[in-house]
Design a binder for this molecule. Structure first.
Ligand code: KG4
Ligand code: ZN
Length: 340
């Protein structure tokens, strides 16, 4: 039984996972309300909120799971990447618990947590992991495609500038929509019969045939269009809906453009499964399109439960469960804002 702690950004989360990957409990204290007035995450506020919520959340997690400390075999914690002050709260808390209880501590890379999250189920044991799969990690801080083979993770591409979720957030902020922008853009994109050809966003390509992502061009284009057409949350709803639908399509089109390119480059070495991960994987339009892509290519597509898309400790516990040798002396674990 693993108890996991996640505090890398603006969600304090505690989960307990069984040996078979069943999520016993996954509690999330979201801080969105505290950051919303500032239009984005304020690191200092995040750290203080984690400090306030972490231990009450741990107590409640054990109560909800009807467990006591003697049932917990290991503690797992997100050690990075993330906001350093926020990570430190989780890591220090986890160190204290593991040391005090005399049980091992497993430091987990936040991205690894996201990568395996598609295999967790709402109820019951986790879906068995295939020997190999592709993972698209799309969140506020990352946009990358990974090739995962027997637990070895190889990055196939990355973003050269903004992450996809960051682009949703920045453009939403510019037009006056609240943070986080992704779900807001999606909400307006789904307002009835939108004209999806009303605006045009070019597909970014690199001269060196790189298959990296690049979202800064779409971001700048969106801001220019919004300015030219007077698009705003307080303005014309039809215009706003058309803009959100076209902008969302452009962001997702680029995901598929790069996924297709990766797929072609893999030649005969294609995996049987493709998984999504990260906050942007909660997007309904993307979830529908990737299902269609899977049918077209004869591949199994794994999409995480929405509760496991955004940051959560269940995925951290699950990643720790993949590392039988990952436990270390709690005193040797340290938080790192960047991880190679
Ligand atoms: O994985 P996550 O919770 O945090 C990071 O590790 O970054 O992802 C948060 C990101 C935000 O940029 C948010 O706008 C985006 O995920 N997001 C969405 C949706 N829900 C969350 N983007 C598009 N559509 C959504 N429904
Ligand atoms: Zn995340």
């Amino acid at each position: 039984m693993i108890l996991a702690i996640e505090t890398s950004c603006d969600e304090t989360s505690v989960a307990v996972l069984d040996a078979d990957g069943s999520v016993r409990v996954n509690l999330i204290a979201s801080q969105i309300d505290r950051h919303q007035p500032f239009g984005g995450v304020v690191p200092e506020i995040a750290s203080r909120e984690h400090l306030q919520h972490l231990f009450p959340l741990i107590t409640r997690a054990l109560q909800d799971a009807k467990l006591d400390w003697s049932d917990i075999d290991r503690i797992a914690v997100t050690a990075g990447p993330g906001l350093i002050g926020a990570l430190l709260v989780g890591v220090a808390g986890a160190q204290g618990l593991a040391y005090g209880l005399g049980i091992p501590l497993v430091p987990v890379n936040h991205l690894e947590g996201h990568i395996y999250s598609a295999y967790l189920q709402r109820e019951g044991p986790a879906i068995p992991l295939p020997k190999r799969f592709l993972s698209l990690v799309i969140s506020g801080g990352h946009s990358s495609i990974y090739d995962v083979r027997d637990g070895v993770i190889t990055m196939l591409n990355r973003t050269r500038d903004d992450a996809i979720g960051e682009t949703f957030d920045k453009v939403a902020k510019f037009i006056g929509l609240p943070y986080p922008g992704g779900p807001q853009i999606e909400k307006y994109a789904n307002q009835g019969h939108t004209d999806r050809k009303r605006f045009h966003f070019p597909m970014p390509q690199f001269n060196d045939r790189s298959i990296d992502f690049s979202y800064s061009g779409i971001k700048a284009g969106a801001i220019r269009l919004a300015r030219e057409h007077g698009i705003s949350a307080a303005g014309d709803l039809r215009l706003l809906a058309d803009f959100c639908a076209t902008f969302q399509d452009a962001l997702i089109d680029q995901l598929f453009d790069r996924l297709d390119a990766v797929w072609t480059r893999l030649g005969e070495q294609k995996p049987d499964e493709v998984a999504l991960a990260g906050g942007v994987a909660a997007n309904g339009s993307l979830r529908d399109r990737i299902a269609g892509w899977g049918r077209q290519h004869g591949v199994i597509v794994r999409v995480p439960e929405k509760r496991y898309c955004t940051d959560n400790a269940a995925m951290i516990a699950f990643a720790a469960a993949r590392k039988p040798d990952g436990a270390t002396d709690p005193r040797r674990v340290s938080a790192r804002s960047r991880v190679q």
